[in-house]
Ligand binder design. Structure first.
Ligand SMILES: [Fe+2]
Length: 432
C-alpha cells in the first residue's frame, strides 16, 4: 500500500517519478487499476498520506472518484457536483492549488457525498484545455505544507495522468460506438430478412402449388441450422438462402409449372437452368451473407454427383448448400405437384431419411429429424402452463409450417434415426 511505500523511501526526483508512472499509465489494465497505481506513485513522490483521483463528468457536471487511498472511510464513489463556476475555475486555473476550508468553494461544491475538508490540494487534469478530472491530495506526512515546489511536482505529473484518463475515455467511447454499429448491422440483417421474405413470396407466384415454398424452405433451413449448432448470423444466412434458392425460377416459362406429365428434355433443361440463371442474378448483389450465390446455383446437386448443374459430389459443396437441398426436397415432398399428390409427414420423413447418405447429406437429414422429433414431442405432450419445463416448450417456435399436420410419433422418428445411423455407420460416418 502507499503508506509503507512512501515512508520507506526518500523523496523521488521528477525523472524517477516519471519512470515509475510511465508503466503504470500505459499498462493494459482497467481504469481503476491504472488510477490507483498512478495515485500511489504521486502520493509517494510528494509524501502525501491520502489522496483521491476523480473523473470529470460533463452531464450533469461532477467529479466522481475512481481511486482513493489513505482514508479511513471513503465512499465507494465519492462525488462532488459542480456548478458552472467550479467547472470554469478548474478549466482555467493555471495549475495545482492549495485548498482550505475558505478557498475550496472556488473549485468544489459542498453538496456531494464527501467533504472537501479532507483535502489540502487540488490539481485539475486537462488535455488540450479540456477538463478530464482532478487529483485531490490530503495531508502530507508530518503535516508538511504544499510548497510551491511540491505543487510544481504535482503539476508536472498531472498531464500524464490526464492523458491516460483521456485515452481510456476515448477507448470506452470507441467500444460504445462499435457496439452501436453492431446493433445497426443487426437491424440491417433484420431489414434483409423482412425484404427477402417479401421477395420469396413473389418468386413462388407462378403456380399455386409453389406458393409459400421459398418461405417454408427458408424456415426449415434456419431450423436445421439451429439444430446443427450454427450461430445467429449463419442461421440468418440459411433463412435468406432458403428464401432465395429458387430466384432463377422467375426466368422459367410458367406453363412448365402446370404441365401434368413428365417434361420434355428441352423443358427440363429450361427448368434446371433456374439454378444457373439464379446464380447470375444473385452474383451481382452484395449480400451480407457470402453463401447465397453458391446455394442458389447448387441446391439441386446430389451427394453421388447425379444432380445439376455441375454434377458436384457431397464433399464439393458447402454445408449451406446441403441444408437447403434437404429443406427444398422436404417441402417439395409435402406439397402437391401436377404429376403427383403430396406425401404425409411420416412418408416424407422416411423417404428423406432413405435418400441419405447416397443423395442427401446424412448429418443434415439427421438435423431435420431432430427438429421433427421436437415438434412431435410437443404435439404428443402439450406443455402444461404450471410446468416450468412445459413453459419452455410452449415458447419454442415450432419447426414445421403451421399448415403441415404433425401426425408422426417420436418413436417413428427414433426408428428413422437408428436406420439412418446404421446406413451412415456402414459408410464410416457416425451420428452423435
Ligand atoms: Fe430449385
Amino acid at each position: 500500500m502507499a503508506d509503507s511505500f512512501f515512508t520507506s523511501r526518500p523523496p523521488l526526483l521528477a525523472s524517477q517519478v516519471l519512470a515509475e508512472l510511465g508503466p503504470v499509465l500505459t499498462g493494459e489494465r482497467d481504469l481503476s487499476h491504472t488510477a490507483n497505481g498512478a495515485l500511489e506513485v504521486v502520493m509517494a513522490a510528494i509524501r502525501a498520506g491520502s489522496g483521491a483521483l476523480f473523473r470529470f463528468q460533463e452531464k450533469p457536471a461532477m467529479l466522481a472518484s475512481i481511486a482513493a487511498q489513505g482514508f479511513v472511510v471513503f465512499p465507494q464513489t465519492a462525488v462532488f457536483p459542480l456548478l458552472p463556476k467550479h467547472v470554469h475555475a478548474l478549466t482555467n486555473v493555471p495549475g495545482p492549488q492549495r485548498i482550505s476550508r475558505e478557498r475550496c468553494d472556488t473549485f468544489l461544491s459542498s453538496t456531494g457525498n464527501i467533504s472537501s475538508v479532507w483535502f489540502r490540494c487540488i490539481a485539475p487534469l486537462r488535455v488540450h484545455g479540456k477538463l478530464i478530472g482532478a487529483l485531490l491530495m490530503g495531508e502530507r506526512e508530518e503535516g508538511a505544507e504544499y510548497t510551491p515546489e511540491v505543487l510544481k511536482q504535482i503539476g508536472d505529473l498531472a498531464p500524464f495522468i490526464a492523458l491516460a484518463m483521456y485515452n481510456h475515455q476515448l477507448m470506452m467511447s470507441l467500444e460504445e460506438r462499435t457496439a452501436d454499429n453492431l446493433k445497426l448491422i443487426a437491424s440491417v440483417h433484420s431489414f434483409w430478412d423482412d425484404a427477402l421474405a417479401a421477395f420469396a413470396a413473389t418468386i413462388d407466384v407462378k403456380h399455386i402449388q409453389m406458393q409459400g415454398h421459398s418461405l417454408r424452405v427458408g424456415r426449415y433451413a434456419a431450423g436445421m441450422a439451429e439444430s446443427l449448432g450454427m450461430g445467429a448470423s449463419e442461421i440468418s444466412e440459411m433463412r435468406a438462402a432458403g428464401y432465395l434458392h429458387n430466384i432463377g425460377m422467375v426466368t422459367v416459362d410458367k406453363h412448365l409449372f402446370m404441365k401434368p406429365g413428365a417434361l420434355e428434355p428441352g423443358e427440363f433443361q429450361e427448368m434446371a437452368d433456374h439454378t444457373v440463371q439464379g446464380h447470375r442474378i444473385v452474383s451481382t448483389v452484395q449480400f451480407p451473407w457470402p453463401k447465397i450465390p453458391e446455394v442458389v446455383r447448387s441446391h439441386h446437386e446430389r451427394a453421388d454427383g447425379s444432380g445439376y448443374p455441375d454434377h458436384l459430389h457431397n464433399d464439393e459443396v458447402s454445408m449451406p448448400v446441403k441444408i437447403v437441398a434437404v429443406a427444398d426436397t422436404f417441402d417439395a415432398m409435402l406439397s402437391d405437384r401436377p404429376y403427383r399428390k403430396k406425401l404425409s409427414l411420416g412418408e416424407a420423413a422416411a423417404q428423406l431419411s432413405w435418400l441419405a447418405p447416397a443423395k442427401l447429406d446424412g448429418e443434415v437429414v439427421h438435423s431435420l429429424l431432430v427438429q421433427l422429433r421436437r415438434d412431435a414431442v410437443s404435439h404428443v405432450s402439450p406443455p402444461r402452463p404450471w410446468s416450468s419445463s412445459g413453459h419452455e416448450s410452449k415458447t419454442r417456435k415450432m419447426f414445421l409450417d403451421p399448415a403441415v399436420p404433425c401426425n408422426i410419433s417420436p418413436t417413428d422418428i427414433d426408428h428413422m434415426v437408428s436406420e439412418l445411423n446404421r446406413r451412415m455407420t456402414r459408410g464410416r460416418v457416425t451420428l452423435a
